[in-house]
Design a protein around this ligand. Structure first.
Ligand code: NAP
Length: 323
């Protein structure tokens, strides 16, 4: 992508989109197209068609989506499948019509079967039943992956689907009802320290293992992919890579216990950490296989402790009102 190329980052105020924008600006890209959902509701087909006809972006980072944890997915399954199908269909179809050179569609590892072997390889897509709690979301994302591949096959577009592991970093959602485990722990330990609480209770045994990637590393990976030379980029879309998608992860995992101890330490909470073993653990392991992206020459750089310290600082500076 040259520095003047017109680049549309859909979802630029979210965790992922904001990190991609920070990175693009740092690299000297100054022709960014950024519109909020208020200015352009991406579910609105006519509005998205007008926008692409008018703007004709050369590159598209598709990081707009309806996103949430188990509770939100369970409560609003119709919105999760409808909004995501509409957003991604409108963008992918209009990117094709307006001649977008490359598009990166972001999904998540929940597209893989619930009982897939670990680590999760790209080829495990569609080899078994999905986790029922977020099936509508995962099916929308799988439709997006299949759209990218189908448009590439029929129309010769160059649309790539990338599946990041669990992400964290600035602009994350720290709302305890809606957040993922890592921001929830940051908030819990911080508030416990403020209250001089004696203990923090964490759900489950602490034994499940999870993988985390700092969102700045994800942004780095997305630019790396968009900037790949044609032969390497197109080889990712070629039929011998079935499905045409790529995992983005750290390839390393920590137990929830190790994670909780790290956050406790980073937040400076001196009290006790208690695991409530009566609460569910969820799946025992969830780790991405990152061989495909490692083979292209990309690796994450931000270690978990360093990333946690930086995210904790951001949280304290930006969430003083406890939003
Ligand atoms: N967070 C994670 O741990 C994680 C992990 C793996 C993959 N991902 C993937 O990364 C992508 C982005 O996730 P995120 O965590 O950055 O989500 P997020 O923080 O909730 O941001 C989502 C963005 O989408 C935009 N959006 C939602 N509905 C819209 C609509 N109808 N019209 C226009 N814009 C709309 C929002 O725009 P406004 O702010 O303007 O309303 C928002 O900025 C998703 O595809 C997700 O699957 C996330």
């Amino acid at each position: 992508m040259d520095k003047q190329a017109k680049i549309y980052v859909a979802g630029h105020r979210g965790l992922v989109g904001s990190a991609i924008v920070r990175r693009l600006l740092a690299e000297g890209h100054d022709n960014l197209l950024l519109v909020t959902s208020r200015e352009l509701d991406l579910r609105n087909q006519a509005a998205v068609t007008d926008f692409f006809k008018r703007e004709k972006p050369e590159y598209v980072f598709l990081a707009a989506a309806k996103v949430g944890g188990i509770e939100a997915n369970n409560s609003f399954p119709a919105e999760f499948i409808h909004d995501n199908l509409m957003i991604q269909s409108n963008i992918i179809h209009n990117a094709y019509l307006s001649g977008t050179r490359r598009l990166l569609f972001l999904g998540s590892t929940c597209i893989y079967p619930r009982l897939a072997p670990q680590p999760l390889k790209e080829e495990y897509l569609l080899t078994g039943p999905l986790e029922p709690t977020n099936e509508p979301y995962a099916i929308a994302k799988i439709a997006g992956i299949t759209m990218c591949r189908s448009y590439n096959r029929q129309f010769g577009t160059a649309f790539l689907a990338a599946m990041p592991t669990n992400l964290y970093g600035p602009n994350d959602n720290f709302d305890l009802e809606k957040s993922h485990v890592l921001p929830a722990l940051i908030r819990k330990f911080h508030e416990a320290k403020d209250r001089n609480a004696e203990k923090v209770i964490v759900w489950g045994t602490g034994e499940p293992k999870r993988e985390f990637l700092h969102v700045d590393d994800l942004a780095d990976a997305t630019l790396f992919l968009m900037n790949l030379p044609d032969d390497a980029y197109l080889s990712l879309l070629a039929s011998h890579f079935s499905p045409a998608l790529i995992n983005i992860g750290a390839g390393e995992e920590v137990s929830i216990r190790e994670l909780a101890l790290l956050v406790k330490n980073v937040a400076g909470f001196a009290g006790e950490l208690i695991f409530d073993r009566t609460k569910p653990d969820g799946t025992p392991r969830k780790l991405c296989d990152v061989t495909r992206i490692h083979d292209l020459g990309w690796r994450h750089r931000i270690g978990l402790e360093e990333g946690l310290r930086e995210t904790y600082r951001w949280y304290v500076e930006n969430m003083k009102t406890g939003a």
